[in-house]
Design a protein. Structure first.
Length: 160
């Protein structure tokens, strides 16, 4: 078993491909990955395909840090454009465990809607979950991304 989730970026009536996380699908990781995207300035807000690609990059870098990330990440087609963003739209996509994170943005900040087993979280439940996740030891994710950043600097210096 994993700690599964699906992440989908949305803007207006468009959806990104589904990003499947077999491990680290819990709020403390997903919100951490989103935080890292924001920290890097790595998303063109409103472009769901680009946001999904960069999310996959960030998650993949995290999973590959220990060389055991081969079965941690997947991508498949998302909902059709114009599909309603209601709980039943995501029932077939929901992998169990942590359900579906539907990620949009307002004023260049991410917001999340959550669905698990056909139930949509209220805005208060999502906000509470995010606060709890932010109070969780995000340190592991932040430390891993600092290691990745340092490796890039060393690799760049070596290749020059």
């Amino acid at each position: 078993m994993g700690n599964r989730a699906v992440v989908i970026f949305t803007h207006k009536e468009h959806y990104s491909p589904c990003i499947y996380l077999h491990w680290n699908g819990g709020p403390e990781s997903v919100y951490g990955f989103l935080e890292e995207l924001e920290r890097r300035g790595a998303v063109r807000f409103g472009d769901v395909s680009y946001a999904a690609a960069r999310f996959v990059q960030v998650a993949g870098e995290f999973f590959d840090i220990d060389g055991h990330g081969a079965l941690s990440l997947g991508v498949w087609n998302g909902p059709e454009p114009g599909s309603p963003d209601k709980a039943d739209t995501f029932l077939d996509i929901d992998p169990g465990d942590n359900g579906v994170y539907l990620v949009g943005w307002k004023k260049c900040k991410f917001y999340v809607r959550r669905f698990i087993c056909g139930k949509e979280f209220t805005r208060e439940e999502v906000n509470d979950e995010r606060k709890e996740a932010e109070n969780h030891d995000y340190g592991m994710l932040r430390e891993q991304f600092e290691i990745i950043k340092k490796r890039r600097v060393v690799d760049k210096a070596i290749s020059v």
